[in-house]
Design a protein around this ligand. Structure first.
Ligand SMILES: [Zn+2]
Length: 252
C-alpha cells in the first residue's frame, strides 16, 4: 500500500506544504529590482493603460519606493524609481511621484500588514468595472482571491485628495483586493510578489467572469473549499515561485 493511502488528508497536506516551503526558491532580487520587475510583469499581463497605474513598496515606516510620474510600466528601471515619504515628498531620485499615490498612505496607515500596494487599469477589470457588479471568484485558478475582494461601486473621482484616500482605504477594509467601479483594481500584499500575483489573478478572474457571463449564469463554489484553496495558494513559497516564473518570462 502506498504511504499516501495510509496517511490522513491533513498529514498529507502538512507534508506537501513543508516540501513546497523547503524546495521552492526564494527571490534573488533586491527590493528595487522586484518593484521594477513587477512593473514589467504587469505591463506584459494586460495591465498596460498608458501612464495609469501605480506601485508602492514599503522600505520602512513612512518611506516607500514608487515609479516616477511620466514613465510607463514598461519603462521602469531601478535607476528611475523614487523613494518618497507618506506626503509624497521625494527623499531619493529625480522626478515626482504620481499624485494619485496619495491614497496609498491611507491604506498603509490602516493596514500594518501591507508592504506593497498596486493599482492598475487592467483591460478586463476596467470592462467589468463598468457593469456595476462585483468581481466573482468562481474558478480554482482564482481562489487566491476567494472571499478577499471588496467592491467600491461608486466612482469617487480622480484619487488625488485625502477624501479619496479615506473612501478607498475604508472600502478595502481587511481585504487584499478592491474593485473600483468605473476605474480599475487595487491589490495589497505582505510582499511585492504577493501584491503582483493578486493583481494578475484579479485580471484573469475579471476576464473569466466576462466570458462566463456571455455564456450563462455563474455558479458559486463551495465556501469552505474556496477558503481552503485560498490558504493553499497563498503560501509564501508558492507566491515567490510564481513571481519568479513571471520574472523569467519578462527577462527572456
Ligand atoms: Zn487609477
Amino acid at each position: 500500500m502506498f504511504e499516501s493511502q495510509v496517511l490522513s488528508d491533513s498529514i498529507i497536506k502538512e507534508k506537501e506544504i513543508k516540501k513546497i516551503n523547503t524546495l521552492l526558491n526564494k527571490s534573488i532580487y533586491s527590493q528595487h529590482e522586484r518593484v521594477a520587475l513587477a512593473c514589467h510583469i504587469l505591463f506584459n499581463s494586460g495591465h498596460d493603460s498608458c501612464l495609469s497605474g501605480q506601485i508602492t513598496a514599503k522600505v520602512e515606516d513612512d518611506l516607500y519606493i514608487t515609479q516616477t510620474l511620466g514613465w510607463g510600466f514598461d519603462e521602469v528601471t531601478v535607476s528611475n524609481l523614487l523613494t518618497v515619504d507618506s506626503n509624497l515628498d521625494v527623499i531619493e531620485g529625480d522626478g515626482i511621484p504620481n499624485p494619485a499615490n496619495r491614497f496609498h498612505s491611507w491604506i498603509y496607515n490602516l493596514r500594518p500588514d501591507v508592504n506593497c500596494i498596486l493599482h492598475t487599469h487592467a483591460q478586463y477589470t476596467s470592462a467589468l468595472s463598468m457593469l456595476g457588479i462585483p468581481l466573482e471568484i468562481s474558478h480554482m485558478d482564482c481562489c487566491i482571491l476567494y472571499d478577499d475582494v471588496a467592491y467600491l461601486e461608486q466612482w469617487p473621482g480622480v484619487p488625488i485628495s485625502n477624501s479619496e484616500g479615506d473612501i478607498i482605504s475604508s472600502a478595502l477594509g481587511d481585504k487584499n483586493a478592491l474593485l473600483l467601479g468605473h476605474h480599475g483594481l487595487i491589490t495589497v500584499g505582505r510582499s511585492i510578489e504577493e501584491a503582483t500575483c493578486l493583481a494578475l489573478v484579479f485580471e484573469k478572474a475579471a476576464k473569466l467572469q466576462l466570458l462566463a457571463l456571455s455564456a450563462g449564469e455563474i455558479k458559486k463554489i463551495d465556501f469552505s473549499l474556496g477558503i481552503e484553496a485560498r490558504e493553499w495558494l497563498k503560501l509564501d513559497a508558492r507566491i515567490s515561485a510564481t513571481f519568479n516564473y513571471y520574472v523569467r518570462r519578462v527577462l527572456s
